[in-house]
Design a protein around this ligand. Sequence first.
Ligand SMILES: *Cc1c(COP(=O)(O)O)cnc(C)c1O
Length: 364
Amino acid sequence: MLNNSTLHIYNFGAGPATLPHEVVEATAQAVTDFDGMGLSLMEIGHRTPQFQAIMKEAQSLMKELLHVPDGYSVLFLGGGARMQFDMIPMNLLHHKAAYLDCGHWAHQAMEEAQLFGEVEVVASSEAEGYASIPHNFTIPEDADYLHLTTNNTIYGTELRSDLDSPIPLVADMSSDILTRPIDVERYGIIYGGAQKNLSMAGVTFVIIRNEIAGRSARQLPAMLDYAVHIKHGSMYNTPPMLPIFTALQTLRWVKRQGGVEEMGRRAAERAAVVYDEIDRNPLFMGTALPADRSLMNACFVLSPAYKHLEGAFADFALSRGIYGIRGHRSVGGFRASMYNAMPLEGAQALAQCMKDFAHLQGAE
Ligand SMILES: *Cc1c(COP(=O)(O)O)cnc(C)c1O
């Protein structure tokens, strides 16, 4: 279906997602012959100087690009973002935790935390289908932390600023890490699955303030204890080496492009192209409250009068090389995910495709 070799494919999939081509090439090279060793990166030990260098540089570039202050560690763990939903309360919930219920993943994180102790939901947008992010709420000063999801991948809403909080913030940034500068000092933990903006599936990044680890009253399994991973420099067990190598290539790429400030500028530019077309085109409607729209995931549906064209538009988009725009299975419609590796031309191609489709329907 997508084998027309002259057609440029833009991958709008939500995750695992598009990566810079040079990152994919460097990974392919490392798989066949790593660093001229005559061996695959898959075949060498994680304690070799070669892999130690990869781990060190990935950790230090993450710190450099996000301006992570002293006193924090960068970990690359297994288990996905969802394992963090459990590790966070296991390690940090002593008395009570606060959760902002702003989407599917935020809700799942909250439900997992309830297994480990008292959870106060500070606000929820569930009743309105998570079309917005709650903004008016009080953060309980007696909670151990406030958990939030900064980009709600499924609903296309995003909080692109760092909350003022009397307690440490703990943020799932799976789908918007490295897309803007962050005031890391406000956070106890920033974490996420790498497969949206950083690497392939298989590695989870955790940026953690060292002093909040190792204080749990619970008897923690070693693999689920942040203090153990911090102490061992993220090498307590064999880390996911190839995904970490790929993350390093992406981090180098972000740095070459001009860092997270430049990523933020590009994200705003791309998103404006797509949202302008959604708002202009009579066939389409955005689903998120405009003030909370995500720069990463633009969610939209066909207007009621054109609902019957959903399949036709999906096919038309695919014929134009627009891949992966079907919405999450739980919400339907369309979702254009525009992570760091999506070029402006991709957003323009999608907008043009929407225009042309409306034209074909005689709608404009
Ligand atoms: C994709 C996603 C997850 C799930 O990540 P896994 O690595 O599959 O566990 C969690 N939170 C957010 C915000 C996501 O976008």
